[in-house]
Design a protein around this ligand. Structure first.
Ligand code: GLN
Length: 540
């Protein structure tokens, strides 16, 4: 008998009513369940904004910029895909309107459409379909594509048209639509309302999409009546009205909640795939540890400048949580605005924390507050983890206050500083364009013997993700080494400094790369893990 060609099945996830319903977490949770049922899953996010990638957006606008191993600057939902679903992401895991249009316009200029009028339909939609199709392969059983934004947005239209056409072409047994919607509880009426969801599905229907599954975000359980109403008015089967009730303690509960309602089973059946057994024991154990930490809590100060926005340092907060799980300890995060340190000093804001973390960042706002926080950690022996800009602050602080290099600084903040201990490499100085021009993605790092980093990783060479323009200036290395700074991690090819530590400090490690992007709940990152261990020792 001839073997049938391999078919990659597709799942499309849209969102309705309001944004921030947790589409990314839902998509990732589903990815995890399908992967745990033995299917090879790939994931993708389509973002309807005009930026070519997320790299040029402020965290205030869009939350953290997530960096993939291959160096693309992407939407933070890809972080959920990697952490929760365990699906590795690449440049092809995130397409924006800007990227799609750029490709079409470039092709038009090259004569790729000679004689034709280039239009949204079919040229933009074809380009979107090609992006979706790029997920297909013999090594992929199920591709999950999440559409950013909310149904009804003008800019979402070409994406919705593209997924409609795509499913039309592959057929229902090969492609499914999931719509995530909100069922709000209206206090004054004392009840939950399904109308917004009906209207949102109505908008989808005018475009020609009828969702196969409805996932309803709600504060309280859906009653049978709610489900029946939604099934009737939204044209979905009763058991495919899935509830996604607000999780109180951990987003890692979501996959288990969806599995309890057999959502993954229904999906596999609809896609004509075998329902293989689901193994989630390790996940359940991880969640139980997170929800009931036996070893109390440690308090960690994160000193940054986007503290009011919980998505701005998403991966950092997640990585701290993972490290807590590793030690069965709860993590309490004290969010400290570095500008408040500039006004009030460190003492009132950092007193009694068991660890201090200075994350990445750009621009000089709040920089002196971060440097003061480093000094506090160094002089008081408080465990310290510096990341990217956090490492640069650690170097500046040490240069000024230990090596006596007055006004030492990064040329990012003071181009005329007499001691540019952090500076741009020549190739960066030549860059004028801002998009996608930083030092991006995975680079190797060799770790020195008898360093804390080496002890944490248990390896002599590691690879970590980068996103920065500035570097430690190797001209200052000897001087700083002589005063006790340890240059623990070095790029073997370029000799760039990637990790610094302090010899006479309980735990002071700062890295030029972003370890947070490689941490997951089942595999906490080594540096975060040892940082939290040091914090627990400090607590005693
Ligand atoms: N602004 C610094 C640089 O470009 C640090 C970047 C970061 O923290 N991601 O080098």
């Amino acid at each position: 008998m001839k073997k049938l060609p391999h078919v990659t099945k597709h799942i499309f996830i849209t969102g309705g009513v309001v944004s921030s319903l947790g589409k990314g977490i839902t998509a990732a949770s589903l990815g995890l369940l399908l992967a745990r049922r033995g299917y090879r899953v790939r994931m993708q996010k389509l973002d309807p904004y005009l930026n070519v990638d997320a790299g040029t957006m402020s965290p205030f606008q869009h939350g953290e910029v997530y960096v993939t191993a291959d160096g693309s600057e992407t939407d933070l939902d890809l972080g959920h895909y990697e952490r929760i679903a365990g699906v590795a992401c690449t440049r092809d895991s995130n397409f924006t309107t800007g990227r799609i249009y750029s490709a079409v316009i470039a092709r038009e200029r090259q004569g790729g459409y000679l004689g034709k009028t280039v239009q949204v339909v079919p040229h933009i939609t074809d380009e979107i379909k090609a992006a979706i199709n790029s997920l297909d392969g013999d090594d992929v059983d199920i591709a999950i594509t999440e559409i950013g934004g909310t149904v009804g947005d003008i800019e979402s239209l070409p994406f919705l048209e593209a997924i409609r056409e795509y499913r039309q072409a592959i057929g229902r047994q090969n492609g499914l639509f999931i719509h995530l919607t909100l069922v709000p509880f209206i206090k004054a009426a004392g009840e939950m309302k399904t109308k917004p969801s009906q209207q949102s599905v109505g908008i989808l229907r005018t475009i020609g999409i009828i969702p196969d599954i409805l996932v309803c975000r709600c504060e309280q359980h859906l009653t049978r009546e709610h489900r029946e109403k939604m099934a009737l008015f939204c044209n979905v089967e009763l058991n495919l009205v899935i509830e996604e009730i607000d999780v109180t303690h951990s987003i890692y509960e979501v996959p288990l909640d969806l599995a309890r309602q057999s959502m993954d089973v229904y999906i596999l059946e609809m896609l004509n795939l075998h329902v293989r057994p689901l193994a989630m024991q390790d996940w359940e154990a991880m969640l139980a540890t997170q929800l009931n930490p036996e070893s109390g809590t440690v308090e960690i100060a994160v000193v940054g400048k986007y503290m009011s926005l919980k998505d701005a340092y998403k991966s950092i907060y997640e990585a701290l949580t993972h490290a807590g799980i590793a030690h069965h300890v709860g993590i309490h995060i004290r969010r400290v605005e570095s500008e408040d340190i500039e006004k009030q000093g460190c003492e009132p804001l950092l007193k009694s924390v068991q660890g201090i973390l200075v994350p990445g960042g750009f621009g000089d706002r709040g920089i002196e507050g971060k440097i003061a926080a480093v000094q506090y950690a160094r002089t008081r022996g408080v465990p310290f983890l510096g990341i990217c800009l956090g490492m640069q602050c650690a170097v500046i602080e040490f240069a000024r206050n230990v090596c006596g290099l007055d006004r030492a600084n990064s040329t990012e903040f003071e181009p005329q500083t007499p001691h540019p201990v952090v500076d741009q490499m020549e190739d960066q100085k030549r860059q004028t364009a801002k998009g996608g021009t930083m030092r991006l993605g995975l680079f190797p790092c060799a770790l020195g013997k008898a360093t804390k980093a080496r002890a944490a990783y248990g390896a002599a060479e590691v690879a970590e993700r980068h996103r920065h323009r500035y570097e430690f200036n190797n001209r200052y290395r000897e001087k700083m080494e002589a005063r006790g700074m340890v240059f623990a991690g070095i790029n073997p090819a370029s000799r760039l400094v990637e990790v610094v530590e302090l010899a006479d400090h309980p735990w002071f490690v700062a890295c030029q790369f972003h370890p947070e992007f490689q941490s997951s709940p089942l595999h906490p990152h080594s540096l975060f893990r040892d940082f939290i261990k040091a914090a627990m020792i400090h607590r005693k």
